[in-house]
Design a protein around this ligand. Sequence first.
Ligand code: TUI
Length: 305
Amino acid sequence: MKTRITELLGIQYPIIQGGMAWVAENHLAAAVSAAGGLGLIGGANAPAEVIRDYIKKVKEVTDKPFGVNVMLMSPHADEVAKVVVEEGVKVVTTGAGNPEKYMEMWKAAGIKVIPVVASVALARRMERYGADAIIAEGTESGGHIGEATTIPQVADAVSIPVIAAGGIGDGRGIAAAFMLGAEAVQMGTRFLVAKECVVHQNYKDRVLKAKDIDSTVTGRTHGHPVRCLRNQMTREYIKLENEGKSFEELEYLTLGTLRKAVQEGDVNGGTVMAGQIAGMVSKEQTCQEMIEEMMEQAEKLLGRK
Ligand code: TUI
């Protein structure tokens, strides 16, 4: 399925893997890219040299295009922004902020720059700054989220291509996103349970057994909303949040807890970030199996097969 995004990025399928913190490392990114999508290395809060190492490892196993997500709230964002230039990365997505201060350097290096936005206003601004495409991320997403889902509104507001993210877990979601004006999708939660994904098996099992109502959001009252799966940590956090405790007073509940869930498999005290579609993720597959199954379903629904 050709779109402006598959042409822009030189990929076979209009599917981009989300740059999930602690999860989107070299194995997952390489597997998604090798399967014809765009794999992303998630910069998250990792030091720049860790990201450099991931980039080198992906290059060793595939010559297909891949990208890096620069998480703008990271204390290492400035260094990661330089490493992607030094390593000749072709595609950069950004999240959790406004990437304006890096745009000139990235564009000069020939990098395709694709900011994640959670509003029409930022989408318009990014287009003016030379973004090649926009990821319109809805509130259904896992992790750090915005408050709205604005795909058609973003598609109307900009002339560069739009990638939909949030709430997409199968071919129906891809087809629906295309109907709303997107030309590709970004998916995270479905890839959490990919065979090539290195998250702890407890994390995968928690996603696989999640029900529709297991998705919850911590930190809303503090302006730091994070979507994850309900557990002991979220119950405690939301109870204390409702009692009026401040962000700083509750930080102890979330510091380092994503790593604890991803690497140690602590799915009770840890933060199990996942999107609303966790409830419909029901099987472990390779990235290739997932992508082929979803594209076949989407193409049928869109009448392209
Ligand atoms: O970045 C994400 N999702 C993330 S980052 C992350 S690591 C983290 N963990 C705990 C707390 C904070 C971060 C986990 N999940 N998605 C992309 C995204 N970007 N969602 C929303 C936005 C966004 C929000 C506001 C992008 C731009 C923006 O603009 C603000 C401005 O400066 O105009």
